[in-house]
Ligand binder design. Sequence first.
Ligand code: DX5
Ligand code: ZN
Length: 216
Amino acid sequence: MKISASIISANFSNLDRDLIEAKDAGVDWLHIDVMDGVFVPNITIGPLILPYCKKSTNLPLDVHLMITRPETHIHNFAKAGADHISVHVENNPNILRTVQEIRELGVSPGIVINPGTPLEMAEYLLPFVDMVLIMTVNPGFSGQEFIPEIVKKISKTRDLISKNNYNILIEVDGGINKNTLKTVIDAGADVIVAATAIFRHPLGITAGVNELLNSI
Ligand code: DX5
Ligand code: ZN
């Protein structure tokens, strides 16, 4: 299992310190939640944060675009140092082209499906991507409750990947904590995203990462 720590819940006035602590505690990737206030009802950060994250930790940068017309921004994220860029299937009639463009930019492409989106929306894209990101909350905010009904979508995705022998990671994002992590790993997740459980842990970041690791 890999842990992708979402910087959205880090302390932005001490970002460097928080990210280094997360890395030292055993986090594998940094997850960058990009929101535009249109595709989702919240606005966060853009490409300018990426070089700082890279400089602090040198960890792979896992960019999750929750924006309209992501194809007009992917080159900026690639230039800023993204290693993975994942785009939603819900609002993009030419998603395959966007996925191919991400790969042409030298970045690893992923697709994302919202809780209400059936796996079938992603099925024909699987041969073209390196990762499928399954949302277990409605995108837009950290700190939301995990939606347990989505676990069967993770298992279904795992079955589809095994049946076709695809070389794809399953990432799960939203409400992951010590109580929900094991369920998603058992269902077939390879990468888990956590913001609150790491950066808002009452005993600190290291304790948050350890608690996740100890829960499986
Ligand atoms: C939700 C984001 C998630 C979220 C995770 O729109 O994509 O990455 O910030 O936050 P927690 O771990 O608090 O659910
Ligand atoms: Zn995310």
